[in-house]
Design a protein around this ligand. Structure first.
Ligand code: PMP
Length: 290
């Protein structure tokens, strides 16, 4: 039985109940994080908590805990569930209000922490690569709902995911209104060309992925030079290697995009090197649970 931290109390899953008047549910008014624990350590906990608070600040949501208290709450939830390898979801909503939009009617934010497990993609994708497809739904514009904010309003991504599903692809590639490559529905994207490792710049409107940052840091050890540059679909089609990064997905090779085979059609040497460096890092780094 899973124990959920709901507003600071550990309660069994069946008792972790939220009002139907919660604006997180009624309007997607809230923020969240997805975090991983590996081998008894929480990976990049501070970075995830920091991003949660930055997202909350932008939507004028005051989280009723300090960042340190929230980090401790994550660790305690893992401990209570005796989990050493886990996927953790931290959610903070505007809280219970009335049926109107006005957040001033929501005096107290709701927060909860779920510590569970995740297996996003089958093992085969990591060994053979995955196929992705560009979808018609464009990523939210920066001045609409900035993708830098990891808000509970994920309908933009869900629409894209459905379009990807309908086309039989495991992930959907999202562009901006000009047709520039941004990211996938739940992962950042990278292209390797020669010794260049390229990912779209944050100002275009992509989530500042924690895994994205880690991969940029690891790139020199893999013999690559990282760049934040504009990418078109043409650039991706003609890259030597393409891969996606995310907390749940980790690093997953992409071997086909919109029917075009990428590189040799197999996960490339740089991608495999980065996957191995990433794995090693997750084994030795992180906030200890005990
Ligand atoms: N982009 C989007 C839209 C996401 O939802 C995620 C997952 N949080 C990512 C990128 C990857 O970010 P991270 O590496 O921090 O999980």
């Amino acid at each position: 039985m899973l124990l959920i931290n709901l507003n600071g109390r550990l309660v069994p899953e069946e008792k972790a109940l939220i009002s139907v008047f919660d604006h997180g549910l009624l309007y997607g008014d809230g923020v969240f994080e997805g975090i991983r624990a590996y081998n008894g350590r929480v990976f990049k906990l501070d970075q995830h908590i920091r991003r949660l608070y930055r997202s909350a600040k932008t939507i004028l949501l005051v989280i009723p805990l300090t960042q340190k208290e929230m980090s401790q709450a994550v660790v305690e939830t893992l401990k209570a569930n005796h989990l050493k390898d886990a996927y953790i979801r931290v959610v903070v909503t505007r809280g219970k209000g009335d049926l109107g939009l006005d957040p001033r009617k929501c005096p107290k934010p709701t927060y909860f922490i779920i510590a569970s497990r995740i297996q996003l993609y089958p093992k085969e994708f990591y060994e053979k690569g995955m196929e992705i497809i560009t979808v018609p739904t464009r990523r939210n514009g920066v001045e609409m709902l900035n993708p830098a904010v990891k808000s509970l309003n994920y309908l933009n991504n869900i629409m894209a995911k459905i379009e990807g599903n309908n086309a039989g692809a495991a992930e959907a590639l999202m562009l901006n209104e000009e047709g520039l490559v941004l990211e996938c529905t739940g992962e950042n994207i990278f292209a390797v060309s020669g010794k260049k490792l390229v990912t779209p710049p944050l100002y275009l409107g992509v989530l500042e992925g924690v895994t994205r940052d880690v991969v940029m840091e690891l790139s020199s050890q893999a013999g690559l030079v990282p760049f934040e540059e504009l990418l078109t679909r043409h650039d991706l089609f003609n890259a030597d290697e393409v891969f996606l990064t995310g907390t749940a997905a980790e690093i997953v090779p992409v071997t086909k995009i919109d029917g075009r085979v990428i590189g040799t059609g197999r996960p490339g040497p740089y991608t495999r090197k980065l996957m191995s460096l990433f794995r090693k890092l997750t084994e030795r780094e992180g906030t200890p649970i005990d």
